[in-house]
Design a binder for this molecule. Structure first.
Ligand code: NG1
Length: 371
C-alpha cells in the first residue's frame, strides 16, 4: 500500500514552444491529484475516482484506449508509459482523489497520468529517476491523442517549493528559479472548458505541425535550429516574405516567445517585477494575434486583471479556454483579486480565482514523505 501525489502546474511563460524543444518557465501548484495504491498479485488495474465510473484493464501488450474523453484513458496512458521502460508484473487497485479542477489549463490530465505511472511503478517496487520518466511520459500522453511537449511532466515532477522551474528540452534539464518575495500569482478560470480530448486536440496539433512546416520551408530542421543558426530579425524578415498566414503566425509566435522566456527568467532572477509583467502581457498578445489560441473570455479576463493593477496576465496552457495566470505584487494582491471579481466575474469568483503558490513537484513530495 502506498500513496503518490502529483500537483498541477501553471505555466508562467513559454507557451506552445515546448514541443519545439525551446525552454519554458512553469511552476507547480499546491493543488494536486493523489492516488492510493494497493498492489495486486495479478496484472489487473482497477481504478476508482469519486464521481466517475470505475475502470478496469489488464497490463498487457497492445492496450487499446476506451472511447475518446473517457477518464480511464489517462490511467491506461500512465500504464502504457510505464510499460515502455519497465516490466510490470503486478497490477494495482488505484483510488484517485483530486483538488485540481479539470480542463482548466492546469495539467490535471498530465497529473493524473503521471500519478498512475508512479503508483504502478511503486506497486512493482520500481524507483524511477526523473530522466527515465521524462523519456516515456510525454510520448505516453499521445495515447490520449495529444502530441504535446514535455513541459507539464517536467513541472509536475521536478518543481521545487518556492521556485518556478526553467525547463530545457533535448536533453532535458531543469533549473529552479526562486520566486522573489513579494511576488504574487493567481490562476483565474475563464469558464470556457478547454477539453483537450475533444475538438481542441486537432487545433493544438495543427499549431505544432504548422510551426514545423514553417521551419522546413525556410530551410531549417526545426524552429530551435533556426534560432541557433540565424538572427531573430533575419528570421522575422524571412517569415514575412516566404510563409503563408498560418505558418507565419505560428513561427513568429514561437521565436518571439523564446526570447520572452529568456528575458522573463532574467527579470525573475533580478527581481524586476515590472519587466517580468511586461513579458507576460506580450506573451498573451502573441498567443491571441499570432498563434490564435485565445478566446473572447480569456481576453476579457486578462484585460480585467491588468485594469485591476496586475503587472502582467496571460492565458496559460494550451489556450482555447481554460485559465489565465495573473501576476502582481503581494501588496496589491487583494486589490487585484477584488478588481477581477468585480470586472470579470460580476461578484464573488468562488473557486474560479485562486492564489498560486510555487509548490513542490511529485519528486520532492515523495522524498519528503520518505524522510
Ligand atoms: P495544457 O493544455 O495546459 O495541458 C499543453 C501541452 C504542453 C504545452 C502547452 C502549450 C500536453 C500534455 N500539454 O498544455 O506540453 O505544449 O499545451 O504551451 O500536451
Amino acid at each position: 500500500m502506498g500513496q503518490v501525489a502529483v500537483p498541477g502546474r501553471v505555466n508562467l511563460i513559454g507557451e506552445h514552444i515546448d514541443y519545439h524543444d525551446l525552454p519554458v518557465l512553469p511552476m507547480a501548484l499546491g493543488r494536486r491529484i493523489e492516488v492510493d495504491w494497493t498492489a495486486r498479485e495479478d496484472a489487473w488495474v482497477n481504478a476508482a475516482s469519486v464521481g466517475f465510473e470505475a475502470r478496469a484493464f489488464r497490463l498487457e501488450a497492445g492496450i487499446e484506449p476506451w472511447e475518446a474523453g473517457d477518464w480511464g484513458n489517462y490511467v491506461k496512458a500512465g500504464a502504457v508509459a510505464a510499460m515502455q521502460q519497465w516490466r510490470l508484473t503486478r497490477g494495482a487497485e488505484l483510488r484517485v482523489r483530486s483538488t485540481l479542477p479539470a480542463a482548466a489549463g492546469l495539467s490535471s490530465s498530465t497529473a493524473l497520468m503521471t500519478a498512475c505511472t508512479l503508483a504502478l511503478l511503486e506497486a512493482n517496487g520500481i524507483q524511477a529517476r526523473f530522466e527515465e520518466l521524462m523519456a516515456v511520459l510525454p510520448e505516453g500522453e499521445y495515447f490520449v491523442g495529444t502530441r504535446g511537449g514535455g513541459m507539464d511532466h517536467a513541472a509536475v515532477l521536478a518543481s521545487r517549493e518556492g521556485c518556478a522551474l526553467r525547463v530545457e528540452f533535448a536533453p532535458i534539464r531543469v533549473e529552479p528559479v526562486p520566486v522573489p518575495s513579494g511576488w504574487a500569482f493567481f490562476v483565474a478560470d475563464s469558464g470556457v472548458k478547454a477539453e483537450k480530448s475533444a475538438a481542441v486536440k486537432a487545433q493544438y496539433n495543427e499549431r505544432r505541425f504548422a510551426g514545423q512546416r514553417a521551419a522546413a520551408r525556410l530551410g531549417f530542421a526545426g524552429i530551435r535550429q533556426a534560432l541557433e543558426k540565424a538572427d531573430v530579425d533575419e528570421l522575422r524578415r524571412m517569415a514575412e516574405s516566404r510563409l503563408e498566414a498560418m505558418e507565419r503566425g505560428c513561427f513568429l509566435h514561437v521565436i518571439g516567445e523564446a526570447q520572452r522566456v529568456r528575458d522573463a527568467v532574467r527579470a525573475m532572477q533580478e527581481g524586476d517585477a515590472q519587466r517580468f509583467g511586461e513579458r507576460l502581457n506580450e506573451s498573451h498578445d502573441s498567443l491571441r494575434n499570432l498563434l490564435r489560441v485565445s478566446c473572447a473570455e480569456l481576453d476579457r479576463l486578462v484585460e480585467a486583471a491588468v485594469e485591476s493593477g496586475a503587472l502582467g496576465a496571460r492565458l496559460t496552457g494550451a489556450g482555447f479556454g481554460g485559465a489565465a495566470v495573473v501576476f502582481c505584487l503581494e501588496e496589491k494582491a487583494e486589490r487585484v483579486a477584488e478588481g477581477i471579481e468585480r470586472r470579470f466575474y460580476g461578484g464573488a469568483a468562488g473557486t474560479r480565482l485562486f492564489r498560486a503558490f510555487p509548490s513542490a513537484g511529485a519528486l520532492e513530495l515523495t522524498a519528503r514523505a520518505g524522510a
